[in-house]
Design a protein around this ligand. Sequence first.
Ligand SMILES: Nc1ncnc2c1ncn2[C@@H]1O[C@H](COP(=O)(O)OP(=O)(O)OP(=O)(O)O)[C@@H](O)[C@H]1O
Ligand SMILES: [Mg+2]
Length: 225
Amino acid sequence: MTTPSHPHTQTIAIISQKGGAGKTTLAIHLAAAATRVGRISLLIDTDPQASASQWAEWRQGTPPEVIDSAPPRIPAKIAAAAAQGAELIVIDTPPHADLAASKAAECADLVLIPCRPSAFDLAAMRTTIRLVELLARPAFVVFTAGPPHAPHIYADARDLVTGFGGQTCPIILPDRAAYRHAVAAGQTVFELDPGGKAASEFEQLHMWGCEQLHMSTFAHERKSA
Ligand SMILES: Nc1ncnc2c1ncn2[C@@H]1O[C@H](COP(=O)(O)OP(=O)(O)OP(=O)(O)O)[C@@H](O)[C@H]1O
Ligand SMILES: [Mg+2]
């Protein structure tokens, strides 16, 4: 395996056994948020549905770059990207796929598990938490697409995750139409509605993710570091 030439490459795996949990939306926006602060970021799409790759095609070369990978090739693709200077690598994975999820998680510095705060989704998320526990990777559940103004729903969902032995991300990404509109137009919420709530929530999520990875949160900090 190639030795990464960039000592600061960090990898985030987005996994969830449940379909439609918000994996691709999270992966696209995390990679884009890193690009916005001047980082070289890469999205590795391991999903045969190729949603992230389709989105990249609509963007016609506008960063972040998206490449595809079969699960066994993930470590080699990460090493190659690191050797070319990638600073943040985000891996999008398919639903119902233990191999892709475990390969991605194995290679990750941080695992994020998007989950809608509904009973069925929360029950299914338990399987994903067990998987990352086995791999001993730092992992957090990120609540997605729930009602924006229902704190008790998230409080209950947090209790459930904690009861499963999992951890939750303090930033919630509630249901915002901006995600659907942006992704369908080959954009991000930062491009579609930069002053909007979705963009602001995602900026917070990105900053929180950087803190977890001990990365600085702003480009100017990195340049003067
Ligand atoms: N926070 C959100 N607010 C509103 N809509 C959302 C949010 N997150 C995701 N969605 C929408 O939910 C749908 C599923 O999202 P997405 O494709 O990201 O899920 P996924 O987990 O990647 O799905 P799959 O398991 O099929 O790969 C999409 O239409 C997306 O726009
Ligand atoms: Mg997807």
